[in-house]
Design a binder for this molecule. Structure first.
Ligand code: SF4
Ligand code: SF4
Length: 175
């Protein structure tokens, strides 16, 4: 499940896109994620959410006559993963499985998304992310309102240390 991490791996950083294009100009970023998952030993099926015809056609283009990743391609994917990890502060896919039972009604994925944007900003001190965070806190709990009950971490399919990440979000936005 989630070979493209809720669509996150369909939009990779420019550096990674260039890496992929240099090797296979017509292969989509999502195709690399899907083929990686489908090439793992013991995997017989990968489930990918598709929201339009173009995505389905893209999936069919490489899954219909599936070719597992070669060793060279595996190395390329490992390099891409390193580059992606270096650029994403919190690898949240935005699935929202964590939010329903939060006693503090914290907008976890939205805050992580704003925080990731903020960590990519390098020039200006004031950003729209801070304003958007403030607006969200009028309706939802602040990141700093987390009481560390842990229910969200039990629900997270990415096994993220949400409580720790929220502390970083709070330190950045709540002050
Ligand atoms: S640990 Fe924090 S964010 Fe997670 S459910 Fe509990 S209060 Fe909400
Ligand atoms: S469950 Fe995990 S991946 Fe999904 S929105 Fe919450 S923190 Fe993000």
């Amino acid at each position: 499940m989630e070979p493209v991490k809720g669509g996150t791996l369909a939009k990779v950083p420019a550096e990674v896109e260039e890496l992929f294009k240099a090797y296979a100009p017509n292969a989509s970023p999502a195709s690399w994620a899907m083929r990686f998952a489908a090439s793992l030993p013991g995997v017989k099926m990968v489930l990918s959410g598709m929201s339009n015809l173009a995505q389905m056609e893209d999936n069919l283009s490489y899954m219909e006559n599936f070719e597992p990743l070669t060793e060279q391609e595996q190395a390329l994917v490992v390099r891409a993963a390193e580059l992606i990890k270096n650029q994403i502060a919190v690898p949240c896919t935005g699935c929202s499985y964590c939010t329903e039972g939060c006693p503090q009604k914290i907008a976890i994925p939205q805050y992580f998304s704003l925080y990731n944007e903020e960590m990519r900003e390098t020039v200006s001190k004031w950003t729209v992310n801070s304003a958007n965070y403030k607006q969200l806190t009028e309706k939802f709990g602040r990141a700093g309102d987390c009481i560390a009950c842990g229910q969200c971490e039990e629900m997270c399919p990415q096994h993220l240390p949400i409580i720790e990440h929220l502390k970083a979000v709070s330190a950045h936005f709540d002050n």
